[in-house]
Design a protein around this ligand. Structure first.
Ligand SMILES: Nc1nc2c(ncn2[C@@H]2O[C@H](COP(=O)(O)OP(=O)(O)OP(=O)(O)O)[C@@H](O)[C@H]2O)c(=O)[nH]1
Ligand SMILES: [Mg+2]
Length: 448
């Protein structure tokens, strides 16, 4: 999992939001604190953390909610948008002209993941129908030649290297020529990792790029560096206009959030991220999607859409009453109708990532049942609807007779009511606990 730690803590912060009974300034403050903590642990720069949380705080309680959006949805969206904003703009991977030799040069300090990334990229593009090849211009580390050669063989792409040639510029030139002759469209140039700091690295980059004129120069940065990654990205951005960034080792790194945000703060475009040692562990970087994934929310979007589709109307009065512990038969009926519009409740719980075994009769709201319940309820007095406890056996008989149903049908309705009331109680309890791992507010129920 990419940035598992950060994702987990952000997700649990948002779960609290679902579990809370009221959304007020205090709750937002708590949410903001949780987010701050999560970002600081991920090594995001303090001033950036402040900027992010300020944005959330300012917008979360925005008075003007867009039509059809609940406060909860709005807050999730604010957190999501803010994170995405600070992760940078969406950029297109590489611009590759088909049928032409497109040279992409990879640079980066020792061990940042250049060679591995080249292997992954060659495979990534080859699979997508772009003829790819790799050149080893690393004449410094003894193992470099065979490392890249093996990676090329595994993906079945052409490789150029010469163990006896010590001049990196010559290697690059020769390799480029050979790849051109082979009709390779994406030529990936691997350079040496002898550099431990930016200055010498950038000098070599300039020497080689003068000789072979790459379309694009990619700085490969180790994501475990955290916010330090920003220093490299900044120096690189000053030195070249055709530069982009790949951040590696985001799998399992606690500091990856810091690396991504610091790099994006320099304005350098992050094009790919490395997410593991395997050959396929690379993906184009999309800040919006990435932020959603961090929040563990990709499915909540679906839920939000669904809620909107069903156009569930929230009855404020009923909400208040239920909050105060009063749950009437009429309330149950309107809840059941709303759930019916949304499809099986169990599925919704699943989308929210919550595990809770629902009583079967609640999970599946049957159309027929709803109709029968309605008929039965029509034979009840207002008093009875508001306080179903009053409905004892003689009243049950009367209602059954009046509605043309059976005593058993009426009992079933009352049982359903009891079940649902119990469920409401549990929800109330889990809210008081802070909601962690607890129960969400059901759509159309208090506060959602
Ligand atoms: N977990 C993880 N490991 C990675 C990733 N990318 C690279 N590595 C590992 O990082 C180490 C260094 O990778 P290389 O590709 O050799 O790095 P390099 O920049 O070419 O190194 P030099 O050429 O010596 O400077 C290797 O053990 C890789 O397996 C990644 O995304 N995730
Ligand atoms: Mg290397």
């Amino acid at each position: 999992m990419v940035l598992e730690g950060l994702g987990k803590s952000l997700n649990s912060a948002l779960k609290k939001l679902f579990g809370a009974s009221v959304i007020d300034e205090e709750l937002i403050k708590e949410l903001v604190k949780d987010i701050q903590r999560a970002l600081l642990v991920a090594d995001v720069d303090v001033s950036l953390v402040m900027a992010i949380t300020q944005r959330v705080e300012e917008n979360a309680l925005d008075e003007n909610l867009p039509r059809g959006i609940s406060r909860r949805e709005h807050i999730i969206k604010v957190v999501w948008d803010t994170l995405a904003y600070f992760l940078g703009e969406k950029v297109v991977p590489f611009t590759i002209k088909p049928g032409k030799p497109n040279l992409v040069m990879m640079i980066g300090i020792q061990g940042s993941g250049k060679t591995t990334t080249i292997g992954k990229l060659a495979r990534y593009y080859q699979k997508r129908g772009i003829k790819s090849g790799v050149i080893c211009a690393d004449n410094f580390r003894p193992g470099a030649y065979s490392q890249l050669k093996q990676l090329a063989e595994r993906s079945n792409v052409p490789f150029y290297g010469d163990e006896d040639e010590k001049d990196a510029v010559k290697l690059a030139k020769k390799g480029f020529k050979e790849m051109k002759n082979k009709g390779v469209e994406l030529i990936l140039l691997d350079t040496s990792g002898r550099h431990r700091e930016e200055t010498s690295l950038i000098k070599e980059m300039k020497d080689i790029s003068k000789a072979v004129k790459p379309q694009e120069i990619v700085l490969v940065i180790d994501g475990t560096l955290g916010q330090q990654a920003g220093v490299q990205a900044g120096a690189f951005r000053k030195a070249t206009e055709i530069g982009s960034i790949i951040v590696t080792k985001l799998d399992g790194s606690a500091k990856g959030g810091g690396a991504l945000s610091a790099v994006s703060a320099t304005g350098a475009p992050i094009k790919f991220i490395g997410t593991g040692e395997g050959m396929d562990a690379i993906e184009p970087f999309n800040p919006t999607k990435f932020a959603g994934r961090l929040l563990g929310m990709s499915d909540i979007r679906g839920l939000v859409d669904k809620v909107k589709e069903a156009q569930i109307e929230i009855d404020e009065d009923a909400t208040m009453r239920i909050m105060k512990g009063k749950f009437t038969l009429t309330d149950m009926m309107s809840q059941l109708k709303q759930l019916k519009k949304m499809g099986p409740l169990g599925k919704i719980m699943e989308m929210l990532g919550l595990q809770y075994k629902l009583p079967e009769d609640i999970a599946e709201v049957q159309e027929e049942n709803l109709k029968r319940f309605e008929v039965i309820m029509n034979s009840m007095t207002k008093e009875e609807l508001d306080d179903p406890k009053l409905i004892k056996s003689s009243r049950i008989k009367r209602v059954a007779k009046g509605s043309g149903t059976s005593v058993q049908d009426v009992r079933e309705l009352l049982k359903q009511y009891e079940n649902m009331k119990k469920m409401m109680k549990q929800m109330g309890k889990s809210r008081k606990r802070g909601g962690r791992g607890g129960f969400p507010n059901l759509p159309g129920m208090p506060g959602m």
